[in-house]
Design a protein around this ligand. Structure first.
Ligand code: AKG
Ligand code: FE2
Length: 317
């Protein structure tokens, strides 16, 4: 069945594909919501003890400067805490979360990064595709878990339902000079996304979550962290980012999207297996091209081969 080389849930042929699936009533509701809005909220999926263990572990280790952690950390946010915390890893690899993601994407999920927050991120609106993208597109999502009740004053996550259907914006839409962008340019991206949100008049939603609530967002939905209204109030939470099997994984932020010189993410680790993630496309391993950055030539070759085959089939060659 044609699915436009996208996750089925993002496919223009969603209804047709849906009709071939046997889903429970509950699954159907989640699938429809995710397809329509670009996110779902799930309550009661996680045990309170796992949620508490993760928060306590974060308090005692991630945000304890005396506890040694090699990954990136500051007083608000710790990256890849799953590497030192069993609870954090258990949460990221929770079978019920994986089951839901497999339903949405029809591929094996690969949890590859956690972010633990003690305080609100106050991050400006963005879509995760600028950091994490895949070929084929959109095989990525985020799962945000509230490790305590989240109120307005704590700086809840915000998001814009339906914004996942926008184009996947990157620097090629923002500036026309072909140089590869850097993180210094990121503020221009954030300004641009704010303008896009205004131009589209999206409704802003805040995730006023109960402890243990789970928010799953699709790769391209615009989201961020609201300002912390009461300084010093905590916002204990964990986000996990997932890719899916059999893709190339890259960072548009550090790629030249005009010339398709892609900055590939070659060092991803699958939390489920502890193994390095292999980049494949339709089962084929990525050829080692110069500097591991350029895959365009490979894709061009494939496209050319594809069009020759098509011509042969049509009897034109
Ligand atoms: O937790 C937040 O406030 C936002 C985090 C976020 O944008 C992300 O992890 O992708
Ligand atoms: Fe994000």
């Amino acid at each position: 069945m044609i699915n436009a080389n996208l996750p089925w849930i993002e496919s223009p042929f969603f209804e047709e594909i849906l009709a071939t699936k046997k889903l429970t009533g509950e699954q159907l509701n989640f699938v429809r919501e995710y397809q329509q809005n670009g996110f779902v909220v799930i309550s009661g999926m996680l045990s309170e003890s796992l949620v508490d263990r993760t928060r306590i572990d974060a308090e005692e280790k991630a945000f304890n400067p005396d506890f040694p952690i090699k990954t990136q950390r500051d007083e608000r946010r710790v990256q890849d805490f799953w590497k030192v915390s069993e609870a954090s890893k258990e949460l990221a690899c929770h079978p019920k979360i994986l089951e839901m993601l497999s339903l949405f994407y029809d591929r094996e999920p690969i949890p590859f990064q956690t972010l633990n927050f003690k305080f609100g991120s106050q991050q400006r609106a963005h879509s995760d595709t600028i950091h994490f993208s895949s070929l084929p597109a959109k095989f990525m999502c985020g799962v945000w878990v509230a490790l305590e009740d989240i109120t307005e004053e704590k700086g809840p996550v915000f998001y814009f339902p339906g914004s996942h259907r926008l184009p996947e914006y990157d620097f090629s839409h923002i500036k026309t000079d072909a140089k590869t962008p850097s993180y210094q340019d990121y503020i221009e991206y954030e300004d641009f996304i704010e303008k896009i949100v205004d131009a589209n008049k999206f409704e802003k939603k805040k995730f006023i979550a109960k402890k243990g609530d789970v928010l799953i967002w699709s790769s391209n939905i615009i989201h961020g962290g609201s300002p912390v209204e009461k300084e010093g109030t905590t916002r204990w939470s964990q986000v996990t980012h997932y890719f899916f099997k059999d893709c190339y994984y890259y960072t548009p932020m550090l790629s030249n999207m005009v010339t398709k010189e892609l900055f590939l993410r070659n060092n991803l680790e699958n939390m489920l297996t502890g193994e390095k993630v292999t980049q494949t496309y339709n089962g084929d391993q990525l050829n080692s091209l110069p500097s591991g950055k350029h895959i365009f030539t490979l894709l061009q070759k494939r496209l050319r081969a594809g069009s020759i085959l098509l011509k042969m089939l049509k009897g034109q060659v």
